[in-house]
Structure formats: structure tokens, C-alpha cells
Design a protein around this ligand. Structure first.
Ligand SMILES: C[S@@+](CC[C@H](N)C(=O)[O-])C[C@H]1O[C@@H](n2cnc3c(N)ncnc32)[C@H](O)[C@@H]1O
Length: 283
């Protein structure tokens, strides 16, 4: 990226060690392996990212010059920000090279610059960004606290942070997680990629150097045309990776799950999401 100089700051050296190496492999399998179809069956993450972009834009005093999307996937938040702020330099970074390779090119007309980077070790100059965002990813990191400190380092004083985290969805979908876990156990597959640990966002961002946080919750309704549409969506998410691991057990799970979902009327998903924006403290 042209405008970003190498960071002069000491950053923790851990991202090459055991847990980080395992994490990188997990994320590549779970997300990079699905990148081409990620969020394609239903704009799940894109809908959430669009709402986060709106919240970040509302918190900014004026149009940002630089916006950074961290753990951007295929750039849902970056693209939503670029559509709102086409004059900004928008950077989207993700750990998974598969995701970065599958990122769209120029869909909004505003350039988004994609780079592979660990959220815990952002190769971006301190104070570069007027706003930094991270949508539905914090709970996956080895150290969410280290990632927030990196985001704070990259945000200029007074700049904006926006984050979102998945909350609960309707109880009727719990059956599938149970079925999947049972099948994985039976097949001797130990899921390496779980749902992650939910994060207490206010504490996390305050400890990381942000202040004046504002938080709200929103529940989104996603409708599937039929049970096959729902299955296509499941396969396109990170769970698709677990289904691939199941191998021969996958068709059996598919049939059992489709039998349950066929009876849902309507086949819809209510997903609660927590959003938080905050300002970078003057240090
Ligand atoms: C649930 S997806 C969300 C992606 C994107 N923010 C969106 O809304 O579509 C989680 C993303 O976090 C990325 N990720 C996981 N750990 C990461 C890390 N340590 N650094 C950067 N990205 C990471 C994954 O590769 C994946 O693309």
C-alpha cells in the first residue's frame, strides 16, 4: 500500500508461534477454503457490515481520508464504507490469503486496497486512519485485546472505531449445531474452528485505548427460499469447512438437517448483532 510506511512500533512477536500458526491454518481452512462462495447464498455478513458502516459514518465528524477494515474477509465493510465515502483511501486486511484473493475488484467504483495481514500485527503506520472497523471477527482472534491495541495504534487520536459481534439467533436453529457436533464426534473430527468466545466489547475497547463508546443491538431477519437455499448458505459459511471434514458423514447429516428445516414455516433466521463505536483517546 503506497501511503502506509512500515510500522516503527514494537509489536508483539508472538504471531509466528504455536497458537498463531494453528490459528492461521484454521482460518485459511475455514474461510479461505470457502472464499469463492462466502456470503454468496445470502448477504448475511454484508448486511451486518453495511449497518456497521452506517454507524461508523454517523460517528465521524466528516468524510474520512483513510478507512481500514480489519479481518475484512472479502471486504464487506470496506466496500460499504467505500460506497459511502468514495474519496477515502480504503484498506481491507485479512489473515486469509484465500479471502484476499477472492475479494471483489472495483464493485463500488471506489478503489479498495486489499492486503493480507494479521489483525494482531497490522503492517500500517500509526495514526494512519480516521476510522477503523472490524465486523463479526473479534471473537475469532487468538488475542482480541492485542488486535484492539493494534487498531488503536493505527487510528489517529480522535478517530473512530466501529465493531460488530454476532449475538444469539433463534433457538430453533440450535438443532443443527447439536447435529453437527454429534456427527463430528462420531467421525472423530475435532473441530478446530469454533464460534469463538463472545467478547465484552466495552471493556475490550476501553482497555485498548478507546473512549466514549456507544453500543446498540439490532436483530436482522434473513429468509431462505427453501431448505436447499438454507443448506447452500450453511455450506458457504465457515461451517462448510466442517462439513468437508465430515466426508462420508456429510450426506447423512444433510438429509437429516433438511428433514427438520423443511418443516420450518417460514424458513427464516433472526440474528441479533451487537454494534459498538468509540473514539480513539488522545495519548
Ligand atoms: C466471520 S468472517 C468476517 C469477515 C468480514 N469482516 C465480513 O464481515 O464479511 C471472519 C474473518 O476473520 C478473519 N480472521 C480471523 N482471524 C484473523 C486475524 N488474526 N487477523 C486477520 N483476520 C482474521 C478470517 O480470515 C475471516 O475472513
Amino acid at each position: 500500500m503506497g501511503s502506509a510506511a512500515p510500522s516503527p512500533e514494537p509489536v508483539h512477536a508472538g504471531t509466528t508461534g504455536g497458537p498463531w500458526q494453528a490459528h492461521r491454518a484454521e482460518m485459511e481452512a475455514a474461510f479461505g477454503g470457502n472464499a469463492a462462495s462466502y456470503d454468496a447464498a445470502l448477504p448475511f455478513f454484508a448486511t451486518i457490515a453495511d449497518r456497521l458502516a452506517e454507524a461508523i459514518r454517523a460517528r465521524l465528524a466528516g468524510p474520512p481520508r483513510v478507512f481500514v477494515d480489519v479481518a475484512a474477509g472479502r471486504g464487506a465493510l470496506a466496500e460499504a464504507m467505500a460506497a459511502r465515502c468514495p474519496q477515502a483511501l480504503t484498506v481491507a486486511s485479512d489473515l486469509s490469503i484465500g479471502m484476499i484473493r477472492a475479494a471483489p475488484t472495483g464493485s463500488t467504483g471506489a478503489a479498495v486496497h486489499y492486503l493480507q495481514a494479521d489483525a494482531e500485527l497490522l503492517p500500517l503506520r500509526s495514526g494512519l486512519a480516521d476510522a477503523v472497523g472490524c465486523s463479526t471477527s473479534l471473537r475469532l482472534f487468538v488475542s482480541p485485546a492485542a488486535a484492539v491495541r493494534q487498531m488503536r495504534r493505527v487510528t489517529r487520536a480522535g478517530g473512530v472505531l466501529g465493531v460488530s459481534e454476532l449475538g444469539p439467533s433463534d433457538a430453533k436453529w440450535g438443532f443443527f449445531g447439536d447435529m453437527l457436533r454429534r456427527q463430528l464426534r462420531r467421525a472423530g473430527v475435532r473441530p478446530v474452528h469454533g464460534a469463538g468466545r463472545p467478547q465484552a466489547l466495552p471493556d475490550l475497547v476501553t482497555a485498548g485505548g478507546y473512549t466514549r463508546w456507544e453500543s446498540f443491538e439490532q436483530t436482522f431477519t434473513f429468509e431462505f427460499t427453501d431448505e436447499l437455499h438454507w443448506w447452500e448458505w450453511v455450506r458457504s459459511q465457515s461451517q462448510g469447512h466442517l462439513l468437508r471434514e465430515l466426508g462420508e458423514g456429510a450426506p447423512q447429516l444433510r438429509e437429516a438437517a433438511l428433514r427438520v428445516v423443511r418443516d420450518f414455516r417460514p424458513i427464516d433466521l433472526h440474528q441479533t448483532v451487537r454494534f459498538l463505536t468509540a473514539l480513539a483517546t488522545h495519548q
